[in-house]
Design a protein around this ligand. Structure first.
Ligand code: SAH
Length: 340
């Protein structure tokens, strides 16, 4: 048995064909799942009973359980329980341009970045595409509103779960699915080069964010073990090919950690590294967590860093802060829940 939300429209069409049934049932069922948002196959009106009985034997339609929800002015944070009892998080953010959701892609994470709460727990398993889709469905149901933007920046490394990630994108982007425009979808990676190569050929205009966090390999290796496998020079040349091939939007995420990577020389080195690359830098004030010693850079240091990039003609923004009061940084809600 697997979740019905795991299936793309084409998978469902094949399923019906394999069961000597009509292909168009797939569109009908997608309509029940994603437009009418049924809770049980018994609510389906226009597909015959026998077909539904077969479907019920192979697929289940079970909501994710909301274990905990924290609310602040413009952000909701959810802790979900999966069918096997594992827990993941999603965060909803309200902007003036719409609402965005940050979804998780794995239970735990193997990347081991030293500043990240999620990485303190090794990967237990990949999320299925269905579990990723359901994070959106449950949150939309909770807020009674459509979500306009999706970022895959929750727990996990999406490129370490490539198949489910691309399946997820196809389902949420499909006009008969959740209809979220591909330019409103962003995938964030720590920089797994072979998967970036593969992603170049994925035929959707989604945005890519690269967690950079350091302007050179020496520092990057201290923060992110993945840098030992894929050095910056290779990463940047891969990204240049990526940009030439896709003309998609590229962002570099840079967490500012006090006295670690926030010196003026770091900003200068970063500007030099990114010169001529068509992307922009998103500076992220670090969300401090109880288990990890890093501190957030001071507002003055953040401004200095920003100014240096600007002066050197690197497009740069500072991430608006969400939910620092309600432990919205990656992995924090799960670990807090487990402490109590
Ligand atoms: N594994 C992917 C996506 C998940 S992390 C990646 O590395 O991009 C999403 C982003 O949140 C990354 O840029 C990560 O570095 C950042 N992040 C992790 N912990 C954080 C914290 N405590 N404060 C601010 N950003 C954090």
């Amino acid at each position: 048995m697997e979740s019905i939300y795991q299936l793309r429209l084409t998978d469902l069409e094949n399923y019906f064909l394999e069961h000597n049934d009509k292909k168009f049932h797939a569109s009908q069922l997608f309509d029940w799942l994603y437009k009418k948002r049924i809770k049980s196959f018994d609510e389906v009106g226009n597909i015959k009973k026998e077909t539904l009985e077969v479907l019920k034997r192979d697929y289940f339609l079970k909501p994710l359980n909301i274990l905990k929800k924290e609310e602040d002015q413009d952000v909701n944070k959810y802790l979900f329980e999966l069918v096997d009892g594992e827990k993941i998080e999603a965060v909803l953010m309200r902007h003036d341009y719409g609402t965005s959701i940050c979804v998780s892609s794995q239970v735990g994470c193997n990347m081991g970045c030293s500043f990240c709460e999620s990485g303190r727990r090794k990967k237990i398993r990949n999320l299925t595409a269905g579990e990723m889709v359901q994070q959106i469905l449950e949150v939309e149901e909770d807020i009674k509103m459509r979500i306009s933007h999706v970022v895959v920046m929750g727990i996990g490394e999406p490129f370490d779960n490539y198949e489910n990630l691309t399946r997820f994108i196809e389902i949420i982007n499909h006009p008969k699915g959740l209809e979220i425009g591909s330019r409103h979808i962003t995938v964030s990676t720590c920089g797994i080069i072979p998967k970036i190569e593969e992603f170049m050929n994925f035929p959707y205009q989604v945005n890519l964010a690269i967690s950079l966090h350091a302007p050179n390999d020496t520092l990057r290796k201290q923060l992110m073990p993945i840098a030992k496998v894929y050095p910056l020079e290779d990463l940047l040349s891969c990204l240049k090919r990526y940009l030439a091939k896709t003309s998609r939007r590229l962002t570099f995420e840079y967490i500012l950690l006090k006295d670690i990577n926030d010196h003026e020389e770091d900003a200068l080195e970063l500007a030099k590294l990114l010169k001529g690359i068509n992307g922009y830098v998103n500076l992220i004030p670090y969300n401090e967590t109880t288990h990890i010693d890093y501190k957030r850079s001071t507002p003055l240091q953040i401004m200095k860093f920003y100014d240096i990039l600007k002066k050197n003609k690197i497009p740069v923004t500072i991430r608006r802060e969400f939910g620092s009061k309600i432990s919205a940084a990656c992995g924090q809600l799960r670990s807090r829940k487990e402490e109590v």
